[in-house]
Ligand binder design. Sequence first.
Ligand code: ZN
Length: 121
Amino acid sequence: MSTLLQPVATYLTYHQAVERYQALEEIGIYALVKSCGPPTFPFGEGRYFQLLIPEDNLATAQPVLALISETEAKNGQLPLACPACASPAVEPSRNLSWVKRVFYAGTFVYGCSNCGHSFFI
Ligand SMILES: [Zn+2]
């Protein structure tokens, strides 16, 4: 008997993939985690992870995965805070020098208006 594997989630971070894998394992579904997406220097591995599960388990897995996504979305709405002074008065930094622009390419740089600390996400 051959079972088709279906991707149920793509472009996950490693942490997100592990979280889903463990949640599915608890309800008896053995998922396959594969790396996907553009390769990252210097490791050459996919930067993102993909979760595949047997087709027969789709209906069972869907509510579990939906719950995880929902929880993550809620957490994502938490206000940002400065890692140095914990002040919520952070704003995206503008007027970055070109060195910083290159260095932080692909990330979002924030500056704290309370202590002046800058950090990226
Ligand atoms: Zn601060």
